[in-house]
Every structure is written in C-alpha cells, then in structure tokens.
Design a binder for this molecule. Structure first.
Ligand code: PEP
Length: 249
C-alpha cells in the first residue's frame, strides 16, 4: 500500500497579472500550515519568474511546453526554458490545448518526455468529453489517452496524471464521487499494469470545478491524490480552503 501525499496544483490559465501575485503570500502561508500537502501554482509564462521570486517557496510551473529544446518554433517555450525561468513543474495535455491547439496524444507524449528529461515534475492531463461519457466510453477514452500520452518513467522527475473530464472544467459541474472513483481506479490499474510497483506511486489528481465546498469529498475517494484547480486557484480566498481540505483528508 503506497502512501501518496496530496498535491493541490493551481492552473491560472490565461489569467493573472503582476498585481495578482499578491495572492501567493496567503497561499504560501496556507501551504506552510499544511506540511503534509504539496501545493503548486502554474501562472502564465510571463509571470513565472516573478511568481518564483514572490511565491514564498511554492513551486511554480508552466501550463505547456514545446517538445524540442530550441529552434524555429515561434511563440513556443521549451521545457529547458521553463526550468531556467525557475519553474519546477509543467502541465501538458490540458484539454483546452488538446481542443484549441489540436494537440494529439503523440504530441502530449513528446512534451511529457521533454519535460521529464528537463527535470520538471510533469502533470499529464486526460479526460473524456461529455459525448464520450454519455456514450459510455469514459473509461475507454481515458485508457486510450493514458496509453498514448504517458511516457516511460526515467530519471528523477515525477510524473503525475490528472483526470479532468472535459465537461467539468470551468463549468461548475463536478463529476460524482462514484464516477471519479471508477475512472481513478481504472487509471491506477493501467499504471500498475504498465509500471508495476512504480505505478502505485504515481499521483492521480482530479480536476474539474473543484472548490472549497466539494474538495473534501473528492479527496476522500480512493486514488484521488489531489486536485488540479482552475478558477478556484486564482484567489487565496478560494484556493486556501482546498489546501485545507487536502490537509485534513
Ligand atoms: C483546469 O483548468 O484544469 C480546471 C480544472 O479548471 P476548473 O477548476 O476551473 O474547472
């Protein structure tokens, strides 16, 4: 039986400003008050260096990276560049990028490999659409994304999986605990099948409209090892209760 620390990671998406980094002080204070919980914030690229400086020690991460270390890829940022800017983690394969940038499993896999090779803790997102859930394909869809987007384990950097049902992201609709239990169990099974004992140590986050008032019940679900939080990570007022729920889980 593996004991996995809870990880509560905030994804600011294309939100935030230098002014908003003031939120990090209270978030860092809450993180210090929850020594059993890992807390991280992923602001836009432009805020990473400032967030590292003002983040009170909270790990700061990116929301994407390119799979190549450098080159003629206008507008992109490599994993090594993220690392140099002070980032300690990165999210890859978020459903907004899979949808808006048409990122395939193969591209997400390449990004995850590059991120791990650069020494970044790497959160790979998977999750079914509403149509796939209604068609009874949620487990199969997640299994396929997992098989296609998760790299081999190598090096010291940590791989994390985030299950984020697309229909629950930013909608205020949260998956039921039974649905989360089913998918997280399937993910755990696939990770153990593929990686053996190491698959039991990989943290699986839930993401999709996590808030202070639903975090505790989600964290009580088997194989929920934390949360990837969008909207509610933008202010300490909303994010701190999620950290506290993780601390008490
Ligand atoms: C996310 O962006 O990963 C996310 C889960 O967003 P929200 O918490 O706003 O649903």
């Amino acid at each position: 039986m593996h004991v996995r620390r809870k990880l509560v990671a905030g994804n600011w998406k294309m939100n935030g400003s230098l002014h908003q980094l003031a939120e990090l002080s209270a978030i860092a204070a809450a993180a210090r008050g929850a020594p059993g919980v890992d807390v991280a914030i992923c602001p836009p690229f432009t805020l990473i260096a400032s967030a590292v400086a003002r983040g009170g020690g909270i790990p700061i991460g990116g929301q994407d990276c390119h799979h190549q270390p450098s080159g003629a890829f206008t507008g992109n940022v490599s994993a090594a560049m993220l690392k140099e800017s002070g980032a300690r983690l990165v999210i890859v394969g978020h459903s907004e990028r899979r949808a808006e940038q048409q990122e395939s499993d193969a591209q997400v896999l390449a990004k995850a490999e590059a991120a791990l090779a650069a020494g970044l803790q790497t959160i790979v997102c998977i999750g079914e659409s509403e149509a796939e859930r209604e068609a009874g394909q949620a487990v199969d869809r997640c299994a396929a994304q997992l098989a296609g987007s998760i790299p081999e384990l190598s090096g010291d950097a940590e791989l994390v999986v985030a299950y984020e049902p697309v229909w629950a992201i930013g909608t205020g609709r949260t998956a039921t605990c039974d649905d989360v239990r089913e998918i997280h169990a399937a993910i755990r099974g696939a990770l153990v099948d593929r990686f053996g004992d190491a698959g039991g140590r990989i943290r699986i986050l839930y993401g999709g409209s996590v808030r202070g008032d639903n975090a505790a019940e989600l964290f009580a679900v088997d194989n929920v090892d934390g949360a990837l939080v969008g909207g509610a990570s933008l202010t300490a007022e909303q994010f701190v209760p999620i950290i506290e729920a993780a601390a008490h889980s």
